[in-house]
Design a protein around this ligand. Structure first.
Ligand SMILES: NC(=O)c1ccc[n+]([C@@H]2O[C@H](COP(=O)([O-])OP(=O)(O)OC[C@H]3O[C@@H](n4cnc5c(N)ncnc54)[C@H](O)[C@@H]3O)[C@@H](O)[C@H]2O)c1
Length: 256
């Protein structure tokens, strides 16, 4: 008997869906039958993903947007909700960092940029989508945090502004999960370990990567698809009563 796809008929919005973990999540959602939407600032990469999906008979809607701009986010989400009548799943995957400066070298501008990209953007998208999810009395929100939001990486350098932003995202996940429950909305986080996305290839040197892989209990680093499978699970009916959790996908990099 053919297996039913887990997200058939769902409308899923993935921020940062043009590259890295967001791209892997978006593609896995498409494979599971969801109508997908990319929110990303990078038009070239977004169109590349759209074209790749087209070749596999899947479609995605591309919205070129800076998710740190709350006004633009409100307008874009309101347009989408008019078009699709709902958004079932929101994945806040925009984020990352590019420095390892020590705290005394971090400028105000850099601090605000990292908090804006990793935390404020998720707040803006969540606030805008929640209004519609509350009305439809259902929804799934998944915040892509990081192991850095839980503890410093035991095997490689960590970056304080990034860890602070990602810890904020975990706090938002837990508090919002309680408030959103009465509307049938679940709110969860994924805390990935290091994965070789285009950004990480730029930011971490080869010795850092091999050290993490060697020291992780499972003797490797994760791949983006590992986070994508976790996101499918959290978005599916299988996870209907799971809310407020942080799923660590990290080859054992952090164990609590
Ligand atoms: N890759 C890892 O090892 C790792 C580990 C832990 C957590 N994470 C988290 O996973 C998420 C994805 O990371 P990644 O490594 O795949 O990053 P990435 O840079 O490869 O992809 C991020 C995507 O977000 C888009 N983007 C960035 N700023 C934007 C903005 N203001 N508005 C709209 N789009 C924007 C980029 O264009 C890109 O397509 C991030 O939140 C990151 O913190 C990644």
């Amino acid at each position: 008997m053919a297996e039913t796809r887990k997200l058939e008929g769902k409308v899923a919005l993935v921020t940062g869906g043009a590259q890295g973990l967001g791209e892997a999540i978006l593609k896995e959602f498409a494979l599971e039958g969801a109508k997908t939407i990319i929110f990303d600032i990078d038009a070239n990469e977004s169109n590349r993903v759209k074209e790749e999906l087209r070749k596999t008979n899947n479609d995605t809607e591309v919205v070129i947007i800076d998710v740190c701009n709350s006004g633009a986010v409100n307008i874009a989400i309101s347009k989408l909700c008019k078009k699709y009548k709902k958004i079932d799943i929101l994945v806040n995957a925009v984020g990352g960092f590019y420095n390892f400066d020590k705290i005394t070298d971090v400028t105000d501008e850099e601090w605000h940029k990292v908090i804006n990209t990793n935390l404020n953007s998720a707040f803006y998208c969540t606030r805008a989508v929640m209004k519609y999810m509350e009305k439809s009395k259902s929804g799934r929100i998944i915040n892509i945090s990081s192991g850095a939001g839980i503890a410093p990486n035991p095997h490689a350098p960590s970056y304080v502004p990034y860890g602070a932003a990602k810890a904020g995202l975990l706090g938002m996940t837990k508090l919002l999960a309680r408030d959103a429950g009465e509307f049938g909305i679940t709110v969860n986080a994924i805390a990935p370990g290091t994965a070789l996305t285009p950004r990480v290839k730029k930011v971490r040197d080869a010795s850092s990567i091999s050290n993490i892989a060697k020291m992780n209990p499972l003797k490797n680093i994760i791949e983006p698809v590992d986070c994508a499978k976790a996101a499918v699970f959290l978005s599916s009916d299988d996870a209907r009563y799971i809310t407020g959790i942080t799923m660590m996908v990290n080859a054992g990099n952090l164990i609590f």
